[in-house]
Design a protein around this ligand. Sequence first.
Ligand code: FES
Length: 111
Amino acid sequence: MLTASETGVRIYNLGPLEQVPLGEGRAFLVGSTPVAVFRPRNGKVYATQALCTHKGGPLADGLLGGETLVCPLHAYRFNLATGQPVGHECSALRTYAVVVGPDGCIRLALP
Ligand code: FES
């Protein structure tokens, strides 16, 4: 089994999940990568690039509905799990693997 360092992936501890209120997102700078972490009411946690692929809107301030994220600037929708656009032609969002560890902290994998 390969370790994270052998695959070129780095795991970052972003701290307690409670920093991200239920039903909201928060922006983090992970290394030099801006990331948005979301905690929708479906109980899951998702992470995407921080800025919208349309015109750079701050995605952490978007509205969440299940696995759908609505950008706060022009209301374009994206699937949080896949990053794919929903109902428009903008590029997909980059998504990142994220889990909540047994200590309740958010762990994010960056390539
Ligand atoms: S910047 Fe996100 S929809 Fe326009």
